[in-house]
Design a protein around this ligand. Sequence first.
Ligand SMILES: [Zn+2]
Length: 261
Amino acid sequence: MASQEDIVLKSMIRKFITGCHILHYHRVLDAYGHLSFRHPSKPDVFLMSRYIAPATISSDRDVIEYYVSNAEPVDPNSPPGYSERCIHSEIYRRYPDVQSVVHSHSEAVVPYSISGTRTPVFDIAEHFQPDDIKDMLVRNTRLGAALAACFADTPTATSPDHAVVLMRGHGFTTQASSIEECVLRAVYTQQNASIQTTALLTHAAHFSAAPARATDAQAEVKYLDEEESQASGVMTKWSAYRPWGLWCREVEASGLYVNQA
Ligand SMILES: [Zn+2]
């Protein structure tokens, strides 16, 4: 008979697979990028897929347990995994409350990693050592720890101050306290980047054509202020299950995705 722990883990693996499918359905992940979650009863272990495209993950046989301490598989005979799993391990290692992580190469977001933004940007070039392969991938725990540090404003913080960190010329990573919230943050990071791009382009087109008519208030793109941003973050947290229910139905109704967990 399955233990309560086994039942909870099985349910989370099923949710994880659905999360991978949702992220693909919304084009946050393509053949690359990944979702992970912390083991519900072993906080020093996290789980993510073997080395396949997220849309094709279909059962618990595709899921590997890794140690948070070093990103090595719990079972040494596990199938090959993603080379960038150190992104995930180091975020779980530094921030005990983080339960889920998404890493994406979303084309809507990457431009902001090289064009300047107030969102923290991890520049891997500042952390390369001579022996590192300089292909922008976070291939070891040292680079993963440097990325994880960008989520906090102070070197000793054990809770993240930022939901998202951009990665120069590469993509972004987000973390959250549940799989549902992490998927939501990833989907809306992409959607918000698209909105911001459209706002910036619209603004530039309008005011470059008629600069003399622009008042000071009209001449700037108006972002959420700190209080609006904080309150919106709280609202997003409690409302995360509404889009999740819709997104589950979308991937269930699609012929592409299989979830046998
Ligand atoms: Zn990557």
